[in-house]
Design a protein around this ligand. Structure first.
Ligand SMILES: [Cu+2]
Length: 465
């Protein structure tokens, strides 16, 4: 198989693509390109067909195609994959063409598209083209519009990509298992008019979740809500690449939610507008500015903003447990508990025992012994120490000198003098108190017993007259 790396190097996309056609022949399957790592790949410049402005898939890639008598042919292979969730942890997932999520499919409004889907899983599958307008029989719902694709078999889907916009693909067969194992991918149908809502950077990724016990590799597939790893494109922080832009760029970020809960996605330092949903582009008069947008299960959102302000701006889900990895979800509260002495006693029984979080528990810096193949619950080193994040967290890096088309990580932002929060080293003034201060401003509900109280119950209404 042609690896993604091979695809980009050497002769380039055009030569390889035509090579595939002549070698394989029009009557046979298109070669299925595969990716062998989780790095963000350079945008796929279309070697043929209608021109478009390609997207960048966060920690992912776009699938090359072949043209066959004017039809764009893609080959997806559903198969078990090993996905690195972040350095230090790999997961046994199911995906497409070597990775989970599968590669992004990019086509142009009006393209006739033929999708070959080969099943290398141990059970039947299908692909539903989430959000597309297509003939009913191409909708990919096992049992309803087609029989399942049995192991070893290949099915062909064919339709015209009618509506430009943001889409996903995923199985509609044993969904609970197959989605919990990571089977999903992004799909972008570009507008025919290249200048329609043109942006300088267009990032895409899927929101997914997994339940992988610390020390193990394979997700638990029967979990309904209690997932312990929340991912952007099957990666967790600090394994998620930054999204890089040049100051002044118009930036679009598109995300689709195939987890089992909603995610309020939050950008620091800039306001954005939701310019697209799963149903298409939003009308300009329907948009409003915000800094957080909630995306429900099964939904897609495209947000856009002007990258006006230099810096390293956090971009994350605002549910705090979704920026935390597997170890953090069932830790008891220890704030206010003084364990001095207790730990030593327990240590006699359990040598590794460690007290967590009695002063608020900044656990990002804690060097806790972990089972194999397990990530710290919060980690990531920034220029000022531990970032104390995990899961659905990354950084939008805006730089003055980032060249158009350059997506390389420029390193940490260097803050100009006078623009950085700093420690106060002068005198601490007495905290001001109001003159009635002395405790609570409201009377206690249960006064202490040693206060003498005379309580007189009103005997009737007459006493007030
Ligand atoms: Cu979330």
């Amino acid at each position: 198989m042609v690896s993604r790396r091979d695809f980009f190097k050497g002769a380039g996309a055009v030569a390889v693509s035509t090579g595939l056609v002549s070698r394989a022949g029009a009557a046979s399957l298109p070669e299925a390109a595969t990716a062998n790592n989780a790095a963000t790949q350079a945008p796929l410049i279309p070697p043929n067909g209608r021109p478009y402005n390609p997207v960048v898939t966060l920690n992912g890639w776009s699938l090359p195609w072949r043209m066959n008598n004017g039809v764009k042919e893609f080959h997806l292979v559903a198969e078990p994959v090993v996905r690195e969730l972040a350095p230090g942890m790999k997961a046994n997932l199911w995906g497409y063409n070597g990775q989970s999520p599968g590669p992004t499919i990019e086509v142009v409004e009006g393209d006739r598209v033929r999708m070959f889907v080969t099943n290398k899983l141990p059970e039947h599958t299908s692909i539903h083209w989430h959000g597309q307008r297509l003939p009913n029989g191409m909708d990919g719902v096992t049992g309803l519009t087609q029989p399942g694709i049995q192991p070893g078999k290949t099915f062909v889907y064919e339709f015209v990509a009618k509506r430009p916009g943001t889409f996903m693909y995923h199985p509609h067969a044993d969904e609970m298992t197959q989605m919990a194992m990571g089977m999903m991918g992004f799909w972008v149908t570009h507008p025919k008019n290249q200048n329609f809502m043109k942006v300088d950077r267009d990032f895409v990724f899927l929101l997914n979740n997994y339940d992988i016990d610390p020390g193990s590799y394979t997700p638990k597939t029967s979990t309904m809500l209690d997932f312990n790893l929340f991912t952007f494109n099957s990666r967790v922080f600090p394994g998620i690449d930054p999204m890089v832009a040049r100051q002044g760029d118009r930036v679009r970020i598109r995300f689709g939610n195939l987890t089992m809960t909603n995610h309020p996605i939050h950008l620091h330092g800039h306001e954005f507008e939701v310019t697209g949903t799963d149903g298409g582009w939003t009308r300009p008069e329907s948009r409003w500015p915000e800094v957080t947008t909630d995306v429900a299960v099964g939904q897609m959102r495209a947000i856009e903003f002007d990258a006006t302000d230099l810096g390293d701006w956090a971009f994350h889900c605002h549910k705090s447990h979704h920026t935390m990895n597997a170890m953090g979800h069932n830790v008891p509260t220890m704030i206010g508990v003084d364990h001095r002495g207790v730990a030593q006693k327990i240590n006699k029984l359990i040598p590794d025992y460690m007290v967590m979080g009695e002063r608020g528990g900044s656990m990002g810096d804690m060097d806790m012994p972990l089972p194999d193949n397990t990530l710290p619950m919060m980690s990531g080193q920034g220029p000022f120490g531990g970032v104390e994040m995990g899961g659905m967290f990354t950084v939008v890096k805006i730089r003055k000198d980032q060249k158009p088309g350059d997506y390389k990580d420029p390193g940490w932002y260097k803050h100009p003098a006078g623009t950085l929060a700093y420690e106060w080293k002068g005198d601490m003034p007495e905290a001001a108190r109001s003159s009635s201060a002395g405790g609570q401003s409201m009377p206690a509900a249960n006064p202490p017993k040693d206060v003498e109280m005379n309580v007189r119950k009103p005997s009737g209404h007459s006493g007030h007259d």
